[in-house]
Design a protein around this ligand. Structure first.
Ligand code: HEC
Ligand code: HEC
Length: 332
């Protein structure tokens, strides 16, 4: 373009215009010379639309259709199930060091508060009396034998009183956590004969373990020193709430995760192995200390041993359970 006088003055003028705009905030929408179809009527999320019979503007996916990229056909990967619909025995993705470390990171965020950093069920929320159902340890034979899919399913669907973590944890990360739990299980279950394979000083480990045990014993002693020795049904009732027994055991006959305490004392209890026992004090004591030694018929062996309860606490719980029975029958 040839710079005539006219062109130069236009340039200057437009330059002035631009300068004069700086620092001004306009309340008006910007000029939009060609609106195309940029501004149209539309519905906001959750809005009413009477055009449809159900008056919902947001429509459900058409039945029998799948959105692009949402075909989750791989049952093993997405649901932890094999062809016959059982939980997969093994993680269906390649287990690499990266996957395990990713699993550790996610585990520490989502699971360790309850299941504990090493998976022993002694997470931070379990150490106090927060009234939460104690999380099981992953280091029992029962849980070591579970298929990989069991852990995946617990995260995906929740299990009994534990809620699902599916909305927080992506599928790939769930498998990473499963891999890490397996690593934790191994780390806590190495026979001494195999320790030689690792570059560790056994004597030093033994000492560390000893020190840890003493520390735990001291903590336990400190806890019980302050605790009362009182045995009463009232104290038992408090303990029943504090230790979250009520999440699994009702007092009014309702069946929850575990059997009701109503009319338990002094009555016959059918066990899973076909035998029958009378719910006396010994039976109840043992049911609390070692719940998996006698499984009540029709219930899963899902109660965690309450080994941290003191004797007077257990006796109080027994008194409380007794108070829920009609006395005439329990006296026979
Ligand atoms: C808020 C506490 C809490 C958190 C967090 C938590 N759990 Fe749990 N978990 C529990 C409790 C309580 C149970 C026992 C539920 C029952 O038996 O009713 C349980 C049970 C389980 C079981 C079943 C064990 C069995 O009996 O077979 C698995 C597996 C499990 N959790 C894995 C996980 C994983 C993996 C995470 C992290 C993604 C996690 N949990 C996070 C509390 C928790
Ligand atoms: C996570 C759920 C859960 C929690 C929490 C729980 N239990 Fe249980 N409990 C069960 C289940 C399931 C059974 C039946 C299976 C069995 O015998 O182990 C059971 C069985 C029992 C029995 C035997 C009952 C019978 O009908 O024979 C007693 C007694 C008992 N629990 C006491 C307690 C006490 C006391 C607490 C609290 C300190 C407690 N439980 C906390 C799940 C739980």
């Amino acid at each position: 373009m040839r710079l005539s006088k006219k062109n130069i003055s236009i340039l200057l003028l437009s330059g002035l215009f631009m300068l004069s705009c700086r620092g001004h905030i306009s309340e008006k929408p910007p000029i939009h010379p060609n609106p195309n179809m940029d501004f149209q009527e539309r519905y906001n999320a959750q809005e009413v639309n009477t055009f449809f019979e159900d008056s919902m503007a947001m429509r459900r996916q058409v039945e029998g259709t799948i959105a692009r990229g949402m075909l989750k056909q791989d049952d093993a990967y997405y649901r932890g199930l094999n062809e016959s619909g059982d939980l997969v025995a093994e993680i269906p993705v390649e287990v690499t060091k990266e996957l395990i470390y990713r699993g550790k990171e996610r585990y520490d965020i989502y699971c360790s508060v309850c299941h504990g950093g090493v998976g022993n069920g002694r997470g931070i929320i379990m150490t106090g009396q927060y009234g939460y159902v104690p999380a099981p340890s992953f280091h029992t034979d029962l849980i070591r034998q579970m298929p990989d899919g069991h852990f995946f399913s617990a995260i995906t669907n929740g299990i009994r009183t534990m809620p699902s973590y599916a909305t927080q944890i992506k599928v790939q990360d769930r498998w990473a956590i499963v891999a890490y739990i397996r690593a934790l299980q191994r780390s806590q279950n190495v026979p001494e004969s195999e320790m030689g394979r690792f570059d560790v000083d056994l004597a030093e480990l033994q000492q560390e373990y000893q020190a840890e045990q003493e520390e735990l014993a001291a903590l336990e002693e400190a806890r019980s020193a302050g605790a009362s020795d009182e045995v009463s049904a009232e104290r038992g009732e408090q303990l029943y709430t504090q230790n979250a027994c009520q999440t699994c055991h009702s007092t009014d006959g309702t069946r929850l995760v575990g059997p009701t305490f109503q009319n338990l004392f002094g009555h016959d209890v059918p066990l899973e192995d076909g035998s029958t026992v009378v719910a006396d004090e010994d039976y109840i004591r043992q049911s609390i200390r070692e719940p998996n030694s006698q499984i009540v018929q029709g219930f899963a062996p899902s109660m965690v041993p309450f080994d941290y309860l003191s004797d007077s606490e257990i006796e109080s719980l027994i008194e409380f359970i007794k108070s829920l029975s009609d006395q005439s029958e329990s006296e026979e």
